[in-house]
Design a protein around this ligand. Structure first.
Ligand code: NAD
Length: 320
């Protein structure tokens, strides 16, 4: 039986990844600084550890006998635009420590395969209508925020250890990911979850607040597709960073309208001041397509899976 370690297993994508690895027949240890907020972990063993401390990275990796076959590193101090703009030092401090210690410990222990969750935030801002950007175009670098710089640095840490220690490193640059069992309130939620919450909790005036002028373009990848991309990439021979994302690009206003359609509600969008991030995105998926991955969920299909769960959370929360 293959053994996998999932760091960040108490989080959104890590929690879903553990379920997928269990389905694939792995023995899984999950590690996180906290338990999963929304569901019990599917991992065989779950350790609560702060991975900013080097000794805890070694602890996470140690087994009574043998070694982990695969390590998936998804732990990060992480959130949507609101968080990214207000927590620059936390991101630069906490996520760097996790990545430096975990990569070093895994490589020196002789782990064979190591996955690192990067982000398309490593890329510069784009203009509407620009042609697709490929992975190599992250350099020369000009990410819009410190979250992107941290990811770029940690990618390079992982690649340096790959060169020195021969550990097979697989790096995914995720587009925005959404789905059930993810953060939906509290300041760390990302746009799709925030929109689902706002529309589920909307008052009789039908007003939904959207940060900025609503024209920023993004693509959103449903979590089952993302996890499938992680799994395929980990077992591929693709070295270097690989974009993973749904090729359907929409404006923030269109995202709000898609959620409203699924909810069966009429909305009136009110544009308000707030952190928007980059204006536009358009990334090549050629590399991930080359190993047989394609997004199966359209935005509409993914929101149809996500909205009912968030609406239920809103309802439960209103009762409390
Ligand atoms: P998440 O916040 O739900 O999961 C990250 C987990 O890391 C959390 O459970 C958190 O508790 C844990 N963590 C934070 N600090 C820790 C520490 N010191 N020790 C141990 N655990 C710690 O986020 P997610 O959406 O599941 O993202 C997973 C990974 O994917 C992250 O690296 C993130 O940067 C990356 N990513 C996510 C998206 C997205 O849209 N969700 C997009 C691009 C990249």
């Amino acid at each position: 039986m293959k053994k996998a370690l999932v760091c960040g297993a108490g989080g959104f994508i890590g929690g879903h990844l553990v379920k997928r690895l269990k389905k694939e027949g792995y023995w899984v240890r999950g590690v996180d600084i906290k338990a999963h907020e929304f569901c019990p972990s599917a991992a065989d063993e779950f350790l609560v550890l702060d991975l900013r401390q080097e000794a805890n990275c070694w602890r996470a990796l140690s087994l009574p006998s043998g070694k982990f076959d695969e390590v998936y590193q998804l732990a990060a101090d992480m959130g949507g635009m609101g968080f990214i703009h207000s927590a620059e030092t936390e991101i630069m401090h906490n996520s760097v420590l996790i990545n430096v210690y975990m990569t070093h410990a895994a490589a020196t222990l002789g782990i064979k395969r190591y996955f690192f969750s990067s982000s398309v935030c490593v890329y510069r801002d784009m203009k509407h209508g620009e042609p697709e950007m490929h992975e190599s175009e992250a350099i020369p670098a000009n990410p819009d925020n410190e979250y992107g710089w941290e990811k770029l640095y940690s990618e390079r840490v992982a690649m340096a250890y790959e060169r020195r220690y021969g550990m097979a490193v697989r790096i995914a640059r995720f587009q925005n990911c959404y789905g059930p069992y993810g953060t939906w309130r509290g300041g760390r939620e990302k746009a799709p979850a925030a929109m689902c919450r706002k529309i589920a909790a909307m008052k009789k005036d039908n007003i939904v607040e959207v940060w900025g002028d609503g024209s920023a373009v993004r693509s959103y990848t449903y979590v089952d597709d993302m996890v499938d991309g992680i799994y395929r990439l980990m077992h591929s021979s693709l070295k270097g960073a690989v974009n993973i994302g749904c090729p359907e690009y929409v404006t923030v206003d269109e995202l709000a309208q898609t959620v409203a359609d699924i909810a069966g509600k009429r909305i009136r969008i009110k544009h308000v001041k707030g952190p928007v991030g980059v204006q536009s995105r358009n990334f090549s998926n050629e590399r991930i397509y080359s190993i047989g991955w394609k997004a199966r969920f359209s935005l509409k299909d993914g929101v149809a899976q996500t909205y009912p769960w968030i609406a239920e959370q809103v309802k439960l929360n209103q009762k409390r």
